[in-house]
Design a protein around this ligand. Structure first.
Ligand code: PMP
Length: 351
């Protein structure tokens, strides 16, 4: 026997590539093409020595209070972490202790399966229907928890709030996590259901609609009891997850509601134009509600298009796997970036 026999073996999540070229069009990891709120850059300039020298506030009170005010909940209902990945990992560790399987869609955020494996949580993938839709009735069965993104990734399809409620109401004895990484780009948040359901946890992020993927800030909002349970696990793991800069800059972003709305409106307007152009170029896709479009071409395979685009330093995402391998997930960039993408596709597809 050697130490290698006692290693935890896991198949890790594979993040999208992060190329670093002076000239590239990066539409592969659902970042926001616009800068964060102006107050964020201003606060960054004001960072003092002590921001680096001292430990941060382990409760991240300044950021938690700002989020509580923005979403009209009590600060005791807010949990913050290092991106929603960190928040979700903590939630998995906290809530999914049942012997019954955790349920999530078969086509979904591929990290769910990785956390389930890492924490040895039993799970079952629930197939989406033939139009990539989540069917709430499929989740009405014994389970040890439920998680799904809304809008779903990588499909960009939204589940209307009344359907989300059916899933939450249908499993009152398990925690249901709605991963709302993309909800700000089109859809009604499940936050409004919180007063009715104490088994609901809503997770959101600063990475997409607030243009701060590089800062790593995510949060969960749920019942006070749930948040307390997550805090206990977090303090058993790492007390200082949020660094001082993230807390300060995150606070600045939450405070600028007008800029937030303006940026979202720009991304949505570009998405509408992009959907029209892609359709003209012979692509089919589910109606997008996130900051990306999940598109399949009528004749050219996705793998081929992915490579051809990559050679021109235009990066999109391609996933292997049944039912998705002929699709490209294209993040909404600026209008100029999208124009370059369409110009290339037009030429390549001879449209
Ligand atoms: N949930 C979904 C559905 C996502 O697509 C992503 C982005 N990879 C995340 C959560 C995590 O985002 P972050 O950790 O940047 O908040």
């Amino acid at each position: 026997m050697s130490w290698e026999d006692y290693v935890r073996r896991v198949e890790p999540y594979v993040p999208g590539e992060q190329p670093n070229k002076a000239r590239m069009i990066k539409l592969n990891t659902n970042e926001n093409p616009y800068p964060p709120a102006p107050g964020v850059a201003a606060a960054l300039k004001g960072i003092q020595d002590e921001t680096l020298r001292l430990y941060p506030d382990p409760t991240a009170k300044k950021l938690v209070d700002a989020l509580a005010e923005r979403y009209q909940v009590s600060p005791s209902q807010v949990f913050v972490g290092v991106g929603s990945d960190d928040v979700l990992a903590m939630a998995f560790l906290t809530f999914f202790q049942s012997e019954k399987p955790l349920l999530f869609p078969d086509i979904s955020y591929s990290f769910y399966k990785v956390w389930a494996e890492l924490y040895r949580i039993p799970y079952e993938c629930v197939p989406l229907d033939e139009n990539f839709r989540i069917r709430p009735e499929d989740y009405r069965r014994e389970n040890g928890g439920i998680i799904f993104p809304n809008p779903n990734a990588p499909t960009s399809l939204l589940l209307p709030l009344d359907e989300v409620e059916k899933i939450v109401a249908g499993s009152p004895d398990s925690v249901v996590i709605v991963d709302e990484a993309y909800i700000d780009f089109g859809g009604e948040s499940a936050l409004s259901l919180l007063p009715k359901y104490d088994n609901l946890l809503v997770v959101q992020t600063f990475s997409k609609s607030r243009s701060m993927a590089g800062m790593r800030i995510g949060y969960a909002i749920g019942s006070e009891k749930m948040i307390k349970a997550m805090m206990d696990v977090k303090y058993s793991f790492n007390s200082y997850t949020m660094n001082r800069t993230s807390i300060e800059l995150g606070y600045e972003a939450v405070k600028d509601e007008a800029y937030f709305q303006e940026t979202i409106a720009k991304v949505k307007a570009t998405r509408e134009r992009a959907a029209k152009r892609l359709a003209e170029l012979g692509f089919h896709f589910p109606e997008p509600s996130a900051n990306f479009i999940f598109a399949e071409h009528e004749s050219v395979p996705a793998a081929e298009l992915f490579q051809a685009l990559r050679e021109k330093d235009i990066y999109v995402r391609h996933f292997n796997g049944a039912r998705v391998e002929n699709f490209l997930r294209i993040t909404i960039g600026t209008d100029e970036e999208m124009e370059e993408l369409f110009a290339f596709l037009k030429e390549y597809l001879r449209k």
